[in-house]
Design a protein around this ligand. Structure first.
Ligand code: NAD
Length: 260
């Protein structure tokens, strides 16, 4: 049922971590990709790794900042010019921001995190949904986080932005179901990507690897998630096999968010 032949998928944050892993999974199943990121090097590396694993993959890259609405409109227009349609959209680019107690959390930092994680996701939905509504089909997966469904602490901007992503997903999911469009969010726990490495370094400096081991010792599965595990979930959710899943938020965290 998961067949990406002739399917076109846009992935933001496609230059690293979860975006790259989802791109890999979809490319291996025959999908055409538009990878979007602000990191030129990240995009080039993603393309290289994917072509090494799936040599006939069709991959376009677009260097943009998702906080800029005009940039977002441009990557959507580019996709239509290049491929004529959008079947799937992994709306995923995000940052963690600095960790701090709420009273010490910088207002600039708060604004910055909201700009990328919430405004960027909103802009993406806005322009992609216009195309998908006209087409009469399409699937969107927004990246929330366990921090979007539970309190994590020291992450005011991140928590607010990711709870916002959950709200956007539920709101638009019920708006667009009747147009043949499904919109869901994923809520990953700690998945070992450059973002999580950076987060552990913020907490523990040079001892970050030991801190990581301690961090996952309370996870029911006693380990970090792997980017490819998230990539495979996204590939399923954006496929025709998952069409009746809509307005849902799906944790992928080894069971952590259900632990008492
Ligand atoms: P990552 O840092 O490896 O990748 C994020 C990518 O987004 C980078 O390539 C970066 O250049 C890009 N990006 C950041 N800001 C951008 C902007 N303004 N415009 C365009 N591109 C931008 O991190 P990741 O772990 O792959 O995170 C991907 C998403 O998953 C994020 O939304 C993150 O909040 C979320 N998430 C990650 C985890 C985890 O444990 N890794 C857990 C929960 C949620």
């Amino acid at each position: 049922m998961i067949d990406y032949k002739d399917k076109v998928v846009i992935i933001t944050g496609g230059g690293s971590g979860l975006g790259r892993a989802a791109a890999m999974s979809i490319a291996k199943q025959g999908g055409k990709l538009v990878l979007v990121d602000m990191s030129k090097d990240g995009l080039e590396e993603s393309k290289k790794e994917i072509l090494a694993a799936a040599s006939d993959a069709q991959i376009e890259t677009v260097e943009v900042n998702v906080t800029n609405e005009e940039d977002v409109k441009n990557y959507v227009d580019f996709t239509i010019r290049k491929f004529g349609k959008i079947d799937g959209f992994f709306n995923n680019a995000g940052i963690e921001g600095k960790q701090n107690l709420t009273e010490e959390y910088g207002s600039d930092e708060f604004e910055k995190v909201i700009n990328v994680n919430l405004n960027g996701v909103f802009y993406g939905m806005k322009y992609v949904l216009k195309v998908m509504k006209e087409q009469g089909y399409g699937s969107i997966v927004n990246t929330a986080s366990v921090g979007g469904i539970r309190g994590v602490g020291n992450q005011s901007g991140y928590a607010a932005s990711k709870h916002g992503v959950v709200g956007l997903t539920r709101n638009s999911g019920i708006e667009y179901g009747e147009f043949g469009i499904s919109i869901n969010a994923i809520a990953p726990g700690a998945i070992m990507t450059p973002m999580v490495e950076g987060s552990l370094k913020q907490m523990a400096g040079d001892n970050w690897e030991a801190a990581g081991k301690e961090f996952v010792s309370v996870n029911p599965m006693k380990r970090f998630g792997k980017p490819e595990e998230v990539g495979n979930l996204v590939a399923f959710l954006l496929s025709d096999a998952a069409k009746f899943i809509n307005a849902s938020v799906i944790p992928i965290d080894g069971g952590q968010s259900y632990k008492y």
